[in-house]
Design a protein around this ligand. Structure first.
Ligand code: MG
Length: 385
């Protein structure tokens, strides 16, 4: 047992009690199993590509907005802070956060929507495209850098947590890591934390990026219940720096994040007590999620999300980018589908290999390929931001 495990809660995941890896024999010295998983994720090709994939301000280059890489690091920060306060396994939490977006296509959800549509239109039996399943596919199969096996050969607990969503129909093909989608139950608390940390991270960095893009204003944010306390605290400080708008905005958003983490930690502690969870088995067989916000914070998060949907994600300038992104993915799909001369005679396997190629592109490589093969369609002519 690693020393640090002595300090973990009885219901935390313990590296020394992992359900193991698909391929046995990988031994390590000086690192716990979950530290090792995190390190393998950091050294993967899919992780490096996150730097060139964006979410809201797609196809945008420069240092103004978040990329999926900086997003994943922010998620890991929020989740680790929460995990430590709950005496959960920080290494597993971090590994899950750093891997959670590996399976995204270029252009975020717009790319996924378009690719899913293309696959289903070509063959309704293809199961379409879903980024969580693709993340598992990357860590289990597509990374090819170890002798003796494909994939990163990660622990069961990491693979289980990466598969955040899955339909009941296709879950059986993933084996035990997808059991909860067939039989009910929950993943580890570390996985539950990484899911909510993802939400906390994107809600707040989208506010921040939205402010800097000029698409939303601080006055609008101050009208949100989630911002009420943070705004009061900051604006009551009699600091000459209150004249510095960007500093004030950052301070308000920082405090919003902190208060959500505080709420999450205290509500989760209450949930642990009220549901009498004393082991990882209890966590897995629990009917409900243990990690959650308080009812009041849930309400505030709902309001914040609907604000972002209305004012940012559905903004005509953002929509123009996502519409263009969908066309790029559709065009590249037809290009790859017709060009792909793999030996696959199985049409479903052929479709999946086309999907892997598209999902493996970054925003910039997809735009570059599109310009090369579809020079007449100039989709990115106006710099929107
Ligand atoms: Mg994410």
């Amino acid at each position: 047992m690693f020393d640090a495990e002595c300090t973990l809660a009885p219901y935390a995941c313990k590296s020394s009690e992992t359900k193991g890896r698909l391929f046995k024999g990988d031994k390590t010295l000086g690192r716990s199993e979950f530290q090792r998983d995190r390190d393998r994720i950091i050294h993967s090709g899919a992780f490096r590509k996150l730097m060139y994939k964006t979410q809201v301000f797609i196809g945008h280059e420069g240092d103004l907005f978040r990329t999926r890489l900086t997003h994943s690091i922010e998620v890991a920060q929020i989740a680790r802070a929460s995990s430590r306060r709950l005496s959960l396994n920080e290494d597993l939490t971090e590994a899950l956060c750093l891997a959670h977006d590996l399976g995204h296509t270029p252009f975020g959800h717009a790319g996924q929507t378009a690719l899913n549509r293309c696959l289903k239109a070509m063959n309704p039996k293809s199961n379409g495209f879903e980024h969580n399943i693709q993340s598992l596919r990357i860590i289990d199969k597509l990374e090819k850098k170890y002798l003796g096996y494909d994939g990163l050969n990660l622990c069961f607990e990491t693979r289980e947590g990466v598969l955040k969503r899955c339909s009941r129909k296709i879950a059986p093909k993933f084996g035990a890591v997808a059991d909860r989608f067939v039989f009910g139950g929950q993943p580890s608390l570390e996985a539950q934390i990484s899911n909510i940390a993802d939400e906390i991270a994107y809600n707040h960095h989208d506010l921040d990026d939205g402010l800097r893009s000029g698409l939303i204003t601080i006055e609008e944010i101050l009208g949100l219940k989630a911002a009420e306390n943070a705004a009061k605290e900051v604006l009551s400080l009699r600091s000459p720096e209150l004249m510095d708008k960007s500093r004030v905005n950052a301070e308000i958003i920082r405090r919003m994040v902190s208060s959500q983490i505080d709420d999450l930690v205290s509500q989760t502690k209450e949930n642990v007590l009220s549901s009498a969870v004393t082991s990882l088995t209890d966590v897995r067989s629990s009917a409900n999620q243990i990690v959650s916000f308080s009812p009041k914070a849930k309400e505030n998060v709902r309001e914040l999300k609907s604000f972002l949907m209305r004012r940012l994600y559905k903004n005509p300038k953002v929509r123009a980018l996502t519409d263009a992104a969908e066309i790029v993915i559709e065009d590249l799909f037809s290009l790859f589908f017709n060009e792909d001369n793999s030996d696959d005679t199985d049409p479903i396997k052929h479709l999946r290999s086309v999907a892997d190629k598209i999902a493996g592109l970054t925003d910039s490589s997809a735009v570059k390929l599109h310009k090369q093969f579809f020079p007449d369609k100039d989709l990115w002519q106006d710099p929107l931001f």
